[in-house]
Design a protein around this ligand. Structure first.
Ligand code: UDP
Length: 475
């Protein structure tokens, strides 16, 4: 187990984007949180410091909590490849998908319990009685009882889920139930994700949020966007002197490096190209391959300047995601099967993860320049990759599943694809949207307001304060 450094960002920064009444409430709640949590630490434990939505959200939210005067810390657990294979299986099963099809028997429980016993021993060096520990996702559920025995408030938060249960979700929940049931509270991104045996008094629904000031979401000038995409080798853009500097999470500045080989296929895009973008981990349930097929099927009906970019993290960079290399390879095989003229319009982009701020800046630039952003996931817990382009006023086309439905109101601030397997409708929506820039712009403008309204950190932090107040009522 290791500690990740948490920065400190004044909460006023968020307030600058809010209506005065909302800003006033935020300041009030920050003061309440300081008082309530005085002398205690709020710990977060998850499986990775980089890659994926949980890490993304912790990076942003904890800095604000710290800035508001709450002692918040972040620990990442240690796992063996066997452990992460098993927890990836649990992750897939919770999404209703068999994943690698492996078992969840006594041997798997032993692997899980042993790994978490090792982590629990390390955790005791940090945590004190009376502290609150937020355990994120299946990788950490097995720490609950150990913490509870040490008089620590143990809360489990589940970021994944499926709207309706099936055989697979039941299997995963049977495995996790003995741990989750002992938590003082459990949190889900949607009410539908909680299994029916969770005590309703201890169930909280808290959707994720986005940080508008992070390297991932900060407003960039057109020149900054172009400089980033040129320097990263994603687009053939003329050098116009745009700055190669980017702002890091801690406020310092970094300089973009040139990345040879980031375009795994299709080469850099021409400088005047428009593009459709999906950003995701290389995970089967994100269906990058389906996006490529759907796009390739309508490529002749799309304007010639429209390309597709599928961007994800360099596969070696996400330690708790063993599936990545395989999925990227499958996408590459599909690309090789396309006619040459289509290949030139399809770009697989593997973004280095060794500098997460630089990665975030590149993803930000990609999202800000995209004509349309898609998220054609087959299952999605929430989908920050939907929230992020919405905040950037991009028109988003995404599957009508999971947390995506809480974000996009179809036709108003995005477009929902009823059946994520329906490639024909997917292609048709793309063709129509790209032919109607006014509508695309209208949808994008409304999307930013939707995020401001529902998915900024103030709402998220206030929900946490309510939860903590309830937990500490008895102390
Ligand atoms: N992401 C990233 N770099 C990449 C690919 C993804 O920073 O190369 C980020 C993405 O911008 C988003 C997060 O990873 O913030 C993915 O979160 P989401 O909720 O969409 O899905 P998850 O990966 O948690 O299933």
């Amino acid at each position: 187990m290791r500690e990740v450094t948490v920065g400190s960002v004044p909460i006023d920064r968020l307030a600058s984007l809010l209506e005065p009444e909302r800003a006033r409430r935020l300041a009030e709640q920050a003061a309440q949180a300081r008082e309530l949590l005085q002398g205690r630490v709020v710990w977060n434990v998850n499986a990775t410091a980089t890659g994926g939505g949980v890490a993304e959200m912790l990076q942003a939210l904890l800095d604000y909590a710290h800035g508001a005067g709450v002692d918040t810390r972040w620990l990442v657990l240690t796992g063996t490849p066997d452990f992460f294979r098993l927890t990836k299986r649990l992750h897939n099963l919770l999404h209703g998908s068999p994943g690698d099809g492996g078992p969840l028997g006594d041997e798997e429980r032993r692997v899980y319990d042993d790994m978490l016993a090792t982590n629990a021993a390390a955790l005791h060096k940090w945590v004190s009685p009376g502290d609150i520990v937020l355990l994120h996702d299946p990788q950490t559920a097995g720490l609950v009882s150990d913490l509870a025995e040490a008089d620590v408030h143990a809360v489990w938060r589940c970021h994944v889920g499926r709207d309706t249960s099936n055989e697979q979700t039941d299997l995963a929940w049977d495995f996790l139930r003995p741990y989750v049931e002992k938590a003082e509270a459990s949190i889900y991104s949607r009410a539908e994700y909680a299994p029916e045996w969770v005590d309703r008094d201890r169930l909280w629904v808290i959707p994720p949020s986005l940080d508008p000031f992070s390297a991932k979401n900060r407003d960039l000038t057109d020149a900054e966007v172009d400089a980033a995409l040129r320097q990263a080798g994603i687009m053939d853009l003329p050098s116009d002197g745009g700055s190669l500097k980017f702002v890091r999470r801690d406020g310092s500045s970094g300089t973009l490096r040139h990345h040879e080989g980031m375009m795994v296929s299709g080469g850099p895009l021409p400088g005047d190209a428009r593009y459709v973008l999906q950003v995701s981990r290389w995970d089967r349930l994100k269906d990058m391959a389906g996006v490529m097929k759907g796009f390739a099927d309508v490529v002749d009906d799309l304007p010639e300047d429209v390309h597709l970019v599928l961007a994800g993290p360099e596969v070696a960079g996400v330690s708790d995601d063993p599936e990545g290399a395989e999925i990227l390879e499958e996408c590459l095989a599909l690309w090789r099967d396309q006619p040459e003229a289509t290949q030139r319009r399809l770009h697989l982009c593997s973004v280095p993860m060794d500098d997460t701020d630089e990665n975030a800046h590149i993803i930000n630039a990609l999202q800000q320049r995209a004509s349309v952003v898609v998220q054609k996931s087959l299952v999605e817990g929430f989908g920050l990759t939907v929230t992020e382009p919405m905040w950037k006023a991009r028109p988003v086309v995404a599957s009508r599943i999971g947390g995506i439905q809480d974000q996009i109101q179809h036709g108003e601030n995005g477009l929902l694809l009823d059946d994520p397997y329906d490639l024909e409708s997917f292609g048709r929506i793309l063709v129509e949207l790209l032919a109607d820039p006014d509508r695309a712009q209208q949808i994008g403008t409304a999307a930013r307001e939707r995020v401001r309204d529902r998915f900024l950190g103030d709402r998220h932090l206030l929900q946490y304060v309510d939860l903590f107040a309830r937990l500490l009522e008895q102390d």
